[in-house]
Ligand binder design. Structure first.
Ligand code: F6R
Length: 261
């Protein structure tokens, strides 16, 4: 039995914009239903449209983040919070500085920690003290990574330092003005940390993600494809645009929960 037949709900929208809007709506429902939600957040190009929608929902519909706490998946090792290439900077620019989330409630791993092991343990502890993540937003790397958990990562892993795979460096180097400035390591929540979230929502768009999604969602669970771990999660929603969903295998009627818009 594959993940699609187990518990994953896969929702397909015709366009990337519609998929991002739906993802933002799911987050909005979470926040409305539980105003003091603990949100797990992601960075990356795919999330830009989600954060734009959330900012709109905050400005136009009064979506209230004032009691939320957030924990990002990852941060580059060696980048300070004010470095324009850091994920701290990304989050302030695209979300934290544009909604009424209290700045002190938006957490990311500390890329400048002198003792990264202690900082990783502290990050896990803080998530626990806040009651655990209610909803974890995820993207997927071209190699199947979630957070920066690269192929081969232990499914029992907790927040830790990860050496970035070549595929990840290739994927993200365009965001660095000087390619050599891209760090080779990052601090990331582990796969076990991600799976602890009460709900996971993975958003992926674009044809370039189609084949890895087919393997991650429809193939066997394997550490070669970290996102396949989500098949074992009890409450995981996958939101795709038509291009990203194009390699998913059609299954017998009723066997899968594929929802097309
Ligand atoms: C970033 C993260 C990564 C990205 C993934 C997809 O915080 O956790 O797993 O979600 O690399 O990135 P994009 O959206 O740029 O394709």
């Amino acid at each position: 039995m594959t993940g699609l037949e187990r518990r994953m709900k896969v929702i397909i929208r015709p366009t990337a914009a519609a998929a991002a809007l739906l993802t933002a709506e799911i987050i909005g429902q979470q926040v409305k239903g539980k105003p003091d939600s603990v949100l797990g957040l992601a960075t990356g190009s795919t999330m830009l449209a989600v954060y734009r929608c959330l900012v709109q929902m905050s400005k136009k519909n009064g979506l209230d983040f004032s009691r939320c706490r957030t924990f990002n998946l990852d941060e580059y090792l060696g980048l300070a919070a004010d470095d324009p290439c850091s994920y701290h900077y990304f989050m302030r620019k695209h979300l934290f500085g544009r909604v009424n989330l209290k700045m002190r409630h938006g957490h990311l791993p500390d890329g400048m920690a002198s003792d990264v092991t202690a900082a990783s343990v502290a990050y896990e502890k803080l998530i626990g003290q806040c009651g655990g993540v209610d909803l974890q937003l995820l993207g997927i790397g071209l190699n199947g990574h979630i957070g920066f958990n690269e192929p081969g990562s232990d499914f029992r892993s907790r927040t830790h330092v990860q050496t970035l795979a070549l595929a990840t460096r290739r994927q993200n180097v365009p965001f660095f003005p000087i390619p050599d400035q891209m760090p080779r390591r990052a601090i990331t929540m582990g796969i076990a940390t991600i799976l602890d979230a009460r709900r996971c929502v993975l958003l992926a768009t674009g044809i370039e993600k189609a084949s890895i999604l087919a393997a991650a969602l429809g193939g066997r669970i394997t550490t070669d494809i970290p996102a396949s771990a989500l098949q074992a999660h009890g409450h995981c929603t996958v939101v795709l645009d038509a291009a990203a969903a194009s390699a998913l295998k059609k299954r017998r009627p009723g066997a899968v929960r594929l929802t097309r818009a």
